[in-house]
Design a protein around this ligand. Structure first.
Ligand code: NAD
Ligand code: UD1
Length: 333
């Protein structure tokens, strides 16, 4: 029996493949390489000693997706594949809805046709919109502020409705907070195309001299130093959270978990940690607030700890060290 990892050559998917292979699971990757590179499969092999089967397939391609299920005995699916750039989703909403939602519907169709009823879905803390209080618990009200977030919320609803209609399904909705960091080898990591939107890849490119300085988006928030506070989680911990989530799929129905650390760091604290751990300077300027940003966002991760036995272990220093190692070894830029 195999586990299908859609989006398995991407940032979180590749780390999850490594984690699963090391734990003895048989992994199959499906990815259209729209935001990742085929070489990632080589890196996964280099790290684990095992080469996962890889299908260069788009979830929008019905025949191609069917072939993956026809040729393998797939027991469960970890569904990472999707477009994820918030700003781009505002400019290209139709492309985002089609890719993320139609891609998921095609996947569900093939699962049903092949008697595969277990799925873990990559959701996001973005589905909490602008939370009234922190830490955020799973039963907080849901809303979105951009098409990317709306695709996440819609897919959550689709999977919930599916479970009501078909009691053979079990679904885990994992709401990630802010994954950063990379594998200790420096071979795989967060490698966005173009100018990064997210904080850590921007910082590593400033450290490398590819970008001149970091723009700190606002220092007048009601936080300890005025800059935005987020729950940064090491991608290695996040990957392990998927292994833990496989357990809950033994029980039918929908299971929802925050995957975060429960602790928030400000932008200035991230800069300070990165500089200290890596002994590099990050020049920055204070820029206006970024539209749509909130002051503070961090998880209450106790449900995952209690029910899945999963807890983030790695600290901010590890996240900064591994992110910088990956950037230094990355020859793409
Ligand atoms: P990523 O872009 O690195 O990985 C996604 C992968 O999916 C890419 O390799 C891409 O080529 C592939 N893909 C996209 N559309 C596809 C399609 N139609 N068919 C086949 N493959 C397709 O992103 P990531 O950071 O690894 O995120 C993985 C998932 O987690 C995404 O669904 C994302 O929305 C979600 N998520 C990410 C974060 C984050 O901060 N990175 C936070 C919350 C949720
Ligand atoms: C972003 C996404 C969110 C997604 C999350 C996890 C936006 C608006 N939101 O959230 O949908 O779920 O990533 O991937 O993109 N910052 C700077 N300068 C920068 C970049 C960021 O100061 O160049 C600040 C931000 O204002 C924020 C913090 O750093 O306070 C983290 O930003 P980012 O990494 O983009 O993540 P989120 O905004 O939390």
């Amino acid at each position: 029996m195999s586990i299908l990892i859609t989006g398995g050559t991407g940032y979180i998917g590749s780390h999850t493949c490594v984690d699963f292979i090391k734990k003895g699971l048989d992994v199959i990757i499906l990815d259209n390489l729209s935001n990742s590179r085929a070489e990632v499969v080589d890196y996964i092999e280099q790290i684990t000693g095992i080469r996962p089967k890889f299908y260069h397939t788009d979830l929008l391609d019905r025949e191609g997706t069917k072939k993956v299920f026809d040729e393998n005995d797939i027991e469960s699916v970890i569904h990472f594949a999707g477009l994820k750039a918030v700003g781009e989703s505002v400019l290209k909403p139709v492309e985002y809805y089609r890719n993320n939602i139609v891609g998921t519907l095609n996947l569900i169709d093939e699962m049903r046709a092949h008697n595969c009823f277990k799925i873990v879905f990559s959701s996001s803390a973005t589905v909490y919109g602008k939370p009234k209080t922190v830490p955020i618990k799973e039963d907080f009200p849901l809303s979105t502020t951009n098409p990317y977030g709306t695709t996440k919320l819609f897919i959550e609803r689709i999977l919930e409705d599916l479970c009501v209609a078909d009691d053979r399904f079990s679904v885990a909705l994992l709401r990630y907070f802010n994954p950063i960091g990379a594998h200790e080898s420096g071979l795989i990591g967060d490698d966005p195309n173009g100018i990064p939107n997210n904080l850590m890849p921007y910082i590593t490119r400033v450290a490398k001299g590819v970008l001149p300085h970091l723009n700190v988006f606002g220092n007048d928030y009601e936080t300890r130093d005025g800059t935005g506070v987020r729950d940064y989680i090491h991608v290695i911990d996040l990957a392990a959270g998927h292994y833990s989530a496989l357990k809950c799929l033994e029980e039918k129905g929908v299971h929802i978990y925050n995957l975060g650390t429960g602790r928030g760091y400000s932008v200035l604290e991230i800069i300070e940690a990165f500089e200290r751990v890596n002994n590099v300077k990050i020049p920055y300027i204070i820029a206006p607030r970024r539209a749509g940003d909130i002051a503070e966002c961090y998880a209450d991760p106790s449900k995952a700890a209690y029910e899945l036995g999963w807890k983030a272990e790695l600290g901010l220093d590890d996240m900064c060290r591994s992110a910088w190692k990956f950037e230094q070894l990355n020859t793409r830029k």
